[in-house]
Design a binder for this molecule. Structure first.
Ligand code: ZN
Length: 317
């Protein structure tokens, strides 16, 4: 049975692998072996595989592996749902079932303030290991948690990572993602950038993807992402781009990951990357009269930059 959540000794909370990956790259977690089984009274050692990898591609996504022996009563061992609650007694929903019984993850476009909180000094030292707390920490931003679950998704990178995980475990056809109140199938989330007419594209943000050149801006204050293929409007081919300012990277909590990838790609002889972004293209015309389709990113959680195409070959065009 695969493990969707484990107790992190370092973060002193129950985490899904995507959040563990974020916390590793933002510096709260340092050791992939410091996890334990989330089951009641169970101390089985868990490792978060691929946590420390600046993954060459995300074909191998972060996931939990159990190494220790489960306790007799452990829910994982007995194949029954976990008995996890928030401190106020609300049960933790690991997944949310919609009316037609497909499983819906929620993609929140803003992380709660407390997402990256480090464990407080006042937390009981006993929480470290032999006496893990029974409660999942409730974030200060309870409103965001209400419709969510422990596995709420906060970044395009996590959406891509889950898409790959669900394809692997065969559940992809039952998986949906709720974005701003709207449910969409995981299998229909991604839109390839390939000569589509802007007038035929959705008038709301979706996840666009494709191969792109990564260049420094002429001002040397950030990167320009220029997709190899273009969007169109009527007969006009529009240069399709997004920009990432250095200051935006500097303020991003997972800047170690973002900066490492961008720098590595930029140093390559052919600085190209496979890019996903959640946005809606906007048409701009430059002073020289060149028409652009620009993606404005809300924040860096809305973009995922890969060295290679992490999706199956039919996506790698
Ligand atoms: Zn266990």
């Amino acid at each position: 049975m695969s493990l969707d959540v484990a107790y992190s000794i370092e973060a002193q909370d129950y985490l899904d692998p995507d959040r563990a990956y974020d916390l590793y790259w933002s510096g709260t977690i340092t050791d992939k072996k410091k996890f334990i089984c989330p089951g009641s009274g169970c101390m089985a050692q868990v490792t978060c595989a691929n946590l420390d990898e600046d993954l060459q591609d995300m074909k191998v996504v972060p996931h939990y592996r159990i190494y220790g022996t489960h306790s007799k009563d452990c829910e994982i061992n007995n194949n029954i749902p976990l008995n996890l609650h928030y401190e106020d007694g609300t049960p933790v929903k690991e997944e949310r079932l919609s009316v037609d019984q497909s499983i819906v993850d929620v993609f929140e476009l803003d992380r709660p303030e407390s997402y990256y909180d480090e464990p407080k000094k006042s937390d009981s030292p006993k929480a470290l290991g032999d006496n893990k707390p029974k409660y999942v920490k409730k974030t200060k931003d309870t409103k965001l948690r209400e419709n969510g679950s422990i596995g709420t998704v906060y970044s395009v990178r996590s959406v891509v990572s889950r898409y790959i995980r669900y394809r692997k475990d065969g559940s992809i056809n039952f998986r949906r993602l709720n974005i701003s109140g709207k449910d969409v199938y995981y299998s229909s989330i991604f839109k390839f950038i390939w000569e589509q007419d802007l007038d035929d594209l959705p008038d709301f943000p979706v996840i666009y993807y494709g191969w792109a050149f990564i260049n420094r801006l002429p001002s040397d204050r950030g990167y320009q992402i220029k997709f190899k293929k273009t969007l169109k409007q009527g007969e006009d081919e529009l240069k399709t781009t997004a920009m990432i300012a250095d200051g935006t990277i500097e303020r991003y909590k997972i800047k170690k990951l973002m900066a490492t990838r961008l720098e590595k790609i930029y140093q390559k002889e052919k600085p190209t990357a496979f890019v996903f972004l959640y946005a809606q293209p906007e048409i701009n015309t430059s002073k020289a009269g060149i028409k652009y389709a620009n993606f404005n990113l809300k924040n860096l959680d809305m973009i995922d930059i890969n060295y290679d195409c992490p999706l199956p070959t039919e996506y790698n065009k």
